[in-house]
Design a protein around this ligand. Structure first.
Ligand SMILES: Cc1cc2nc3c(=O)[nH]c(=O)nc-3n(C[C@H](O)[C@H](O)[C@H](O)COP(=O)(O)OP(=O)(O)OC[C@H]3O[C@@H](n4cnc5c(N)ncnc54)[C@H](O)[C@@H]3O)c2cc1C
Length: 464
């Protein structure tokens, strides 16, 4: 990708073929910093506005999930900006799920025994730093930390920020404003006030909080190349490995269960009952400290349509499609948004208006589909993984994938290890389910028929 800046032919309404745009990106998280980098590589003048201070110099970074599972879609987006290898160099491969039952027995279910694909556990802060550092090479990116968007005029591309520490108002304008400001996006809030923008959000009844299994004598306390899961029907715990040989543990439960745990004694009783094998790994003292440090966090799933407003505004990542985190796809889908958007920017004949319009049209079904899949996987992780039927289906899927890899791609593989559109992953699973149920029905009918004919055959023989 050349850094040469193309000549502008834009008329401000996005109605002519494009030259370099002045683009404001709201939110310097993972998707915003990737979008900034991708646009800067194409010669646009990028202004990245981030509410928080620069995480590269901040002493304490507060926020969600310390580590994340990176899969194919995120890797592809990182490869496109030349950062995949740098990120994978420090990531920890997770080859499958390690299930911990209530007695402490462990069972491994590999993600992909046929082609050995795996997820990668990456540090959120590290990934954000890599993306921000890569942006430093581009003089056409200007970073504005501690700028909180509080108003945007979607028709004119005019913005107002509150700048820390005094909350003084700073005004700015841009040809295009891209909201990458997360699940509670201010950009989206402004967009949904306009007619024609559909929006829905769903808080699930479960919250989450993060605990830690520290390293012991400089080593991991559990096998590191797995995503550990403690499925317990109505709730569950998962753990992902970190570079420093600790695990970040995420406990997900209905708020009403969290509410029953108010004292140290209640907490320890609860853990000894449901997660006994994890207690010595976390350590009782640390468990108590981390559990009561912060209240459990809410999880929200957001769908909206369209993702753009005219030729001036667009939302990406969680701002457009926040989802519950149980498919490990929120970030991957947000990064894939960038891949999609850039493929449209690379079509020279499209105007900005057309790019934004096509982005919505190409993306919304798949974004809605992954929000639905993420909800489904919550049930799968906490409940279905324990069931024999789940393991039988997993086994059957694996065999069929091994024999017919281009025809039978299991749902999890298609979501995590391919770039198949999410809606197609669902359609794929539907015909697989239908085929299997037809085969099952036919096999049952055949068995009954054989049984009946054998019975009457025997009867006939003995009669005659
Ligand atoms: C517990 C948990 C575990 C997860 N695990 C995974 C996983 O394993 N794999 C995966 O793919 N995804 C995972 N996700 C989802 C993933 O974290 C998100 O999808 C991803 O962070 C979205 O990136 P984003 O840049 O769109 O939003 P964010 O990461 O939320 O970044 C938004 C940025 O915008 C800034 N901002 C907000 N408001 C303003 C404003 N008004 N003005 C200026 N800046 C603003 C914020 O400070 C922030 O820096 C998980 C999520 C959670 C909660």
């Amino acid at each position: 990708m050349s850094n040469a800046i193309p000549q502008s032919t834009e008329n401000g309404n996005g109605l002519q073929s494009r030259g370099p745009l002045k683009v404001a990106i709201i939110g310097g998280g993972l998707v915003g910093s990737l979008a900034a980098l991708s646009l800067a590589r194409r010669g646009h003048e990028v202004h990245l506005y981030e509410y928080r201070e620069d995480i590269r110099t901040a002493e304490l970074v507060q926020g969600r999930s310390i580590n994340l599972a990176l899969s194919q879609r995120g890797r592809k987006a990182l490869a496109e900006v030349g950062l995949e290898q740098e990120v994978l160099a420090t990531a920890i491969p997770m080859r499958g799920r390690m299930l911990h039952d209530i007695k402490g027995n462990r069972t491994v279910v590999l993600y992909d025994p046929c082609t050995n694909q795996c997820l990668y556990s990456v540090g959120r802060k590290y990934l954000n730093e890599v993306l921000l550092n890569a942006g430093e090479k581009f003089p056409n990116i200007q970073r504005h930390f501690e700028h909180k968007l509080h108003y945007v005029n979607l028709t004119q591309g005019r913005m107002e920020f509150k700048r820390a520490p005094n909350k003084e108002i700073v005004e700015a304008n841009a040809d295009l404003v891209i909201g990458c400001d997360g699940a509670f996006s201010t950009m989206r809030q402004q967009m949904v006030k306009t007619p024609g923008v559909n929006y829905s959000q769903e808080y699930i009844e479960h919250g989450y909080l993060e605990l830690c299994i520290p390293a012991k004598n400089g080593e991991f306390q559990m096998p590191e190349n797995y995503l550990h899961i403690w499925p317990r029907d109505a709730f569950m715990m998962i753990a992902l490995p970190n570079q420093d040989k600790s695990f970040t543990v995420t406990l997900s439960m209905p708020f009403k269960v969290f509410d029953t745990i108010r004292t140290t004694e209640e907490l320890l009783n609860f853990f000894h009952k449901y997660y006994a094998d994890a207690v010595p790994l976390i350590g009782e003292e640390r468990l108590v400290k981390d559990f009561f440090k912060m209240p459990p966090q809410h999880l929200v799933s957001v769908k909206c349509h369209p993702y753009h407003y005219g030729a001036k505004a667009l939302i990406l990542g969680d701002a457009a499609h926040a989802m519950v985190p149980y498919y490990g796809q929120g970030l991957n889908a947000g990064m894939e948004d960038c891949t999609f958007l850039m493929s449209l920017f690379d079509q020279p004949n499209l105007t900005t208006a057309e790019i934004l319009e096509q982005f919505t049209e190409l993306r919304w079904r798949d974004a809605h589909a992954i929000c639905d899949l993420a909800m489904y996987n919550y049930v799968e992780m906490r409940d279905l993984t324990k069931r024999i039927s789940f393991r039988c289906r997993k086994w059957l899927d694996t065999q069929l994938f091994r024999w017919y890899p281009s025809v039978w791609v299991p749902l999890y593989n298609s979501v995590s290890f391919t770039s198949m559109p999410y809606s197609k992953c669902i359609a794929n699973r539907k015909w697989q389910d239908k085929l299997l149920s037809n085969v099952f029905i036919s096999a049952t009918v055949a068995l009954v028929a054989i049984g009946v004919s054998t019975y009457f055959g025997v009867f006939k023989i003995s009669y005659f």
